[in-house]
Design a protein around this ligand. Structure first.
Ligand code: CP
Ligand code: NVA
Length: 305
């Protein structure tokens, strides 16, 4: 049983599969879970904008019978208006759980040091485990066996790439990451993923060749070239990442029935073209929907003790 949901690296393959199995039960029969968290209150404290994470957790909380409270980036100003630790201690007296979205992952680390209530990472600059759990559920429904998947991520070695690395290295699939020089995933995360892969039999291939990564792939995944917090670099990044666009040419190299995935929001015409994201192979809105079902599984896992 986890106390918090901060990074997929804290889970075992068995934990992930249990969360996916619980998600399947919830998705099939949501009514059976309607009162499971009655009387609980969940805070959503976000330092950055959000459409999917805010809405999916907010609706998940409501549909499980609990009450949500949303704090926008301007309201709390964690670490600025007051220390992260004072805010965490205070919220622990009012709430049963908190979903945090932060720039720095350190804020989440500092928060859980003193928090008496479970904390869910709703995206940090380092990792985005709630997104990738939804993506894994999408793959679980469509492909079943992670070990047989040849997965290619094209783009920035960012929070999404990091959580994908943990996911596939734990579950034993084959993951290739193609990134521009200078935009590799963090060394420490790659090191940890390689450790997991040694046990699970996963293969990890990280390089600068999008065509090589996409060749024969079962899944092609894109994320924005400019993440939240990196906006000042946007103009440079558009030039640096131009050969890392998920377009029709790259898609042709993958398997005919390859899945097109994107965590959204998409910057159409930058990291992904309209013809690809709108193609019949695209499952981006299934990914978005599955955020709701997996959010419920995470909340139930942490709160129904
Ligand atoms: N994918 C995702 O986390 O979307 P939001 O930033 O809109 O929450
Ligand atoms: N890498 C993106 C993901 C958005 C869901 C960001 O951090 O902005």
């Amino acid at each position: 049983m986890l106390n918090h949901f901060i990074s997929l690296k804290d889970l075992s393959a068995k934990d992930i599969m249990a969360l996916l199995a619980l998600t399947a039960r919830i998705k099939k029969n949501p009514a059976a879970f309607r009162k499971k968290l009655a009387g609980k209150t969940v805070g959503l404290l976000f330092q950055k904008p959000s459409l999917r994470t805010k809405t999916s957790f907010y609706v998940a909380v409501l549909e499980l019978g609990a009450s949500p409270i949303y704090f926008s980036p301007q309201e709390v100003r964690l670490g600025e208006r007051e220390s992260v630790s004072d805010a965490a201690k205070t919220l622990s007296r009012y709430l049963d759980c908190v979903v945090l979205r932060t720039f720095s992952h350190e804020v989440i680390r500092d928060f859980i040091k003193v928090s008496d209530i479970p904390v869910i990472n709703g995206l940090s600059g380092l990792v985005h485990p709630a997104q990738i759990l939804g993506d894994l559920f999408t793959l679980y429904e469509l492909k079943k066996d992670f070990k047989k998947i040849k997965f290619a991520y094209i783009g920035d070695g960012n929070n999404i790439a990091h959580s994908l690395l943990y996911a596939f290295s734990l579950l034993g699939g084959n993951i290739a990451i193609a990134h521009p020089v200078g935009y590799a995933p963090e060394d420490q995360i790659v090191k940890e993923a390689r450790e997991f892969a040694r046990k699970s039999g996963a293969t990890i291939d990280i390089g600068n060749d999008p065509k090589g990564a996409a060749s024969g792939a079962d899944v092609l995944y894109a994320d924005v070239w400019t993440s939240m917090g990196d906006e000042a670099e946007h103009e440079d990044r558009v030039k640096i990442f131009k050969d890392f666009q998920l377009n029709g040419g790259l898609m042709q190299l993958a398997k005919k029935d390859c899945l097109i995935m994107h965590c959204l929001p998409a910057h159409r015409g930058e990291e992904i073209t309209d013809d690809v994201i709108d193609s019949k192979n695209s499952v981006v809105f299934d990914q978005a929907e599955n955020r709701l079902h997996t959010a419920k599984a995470i909340l139930l896992h942490l709160l129904s003790k």
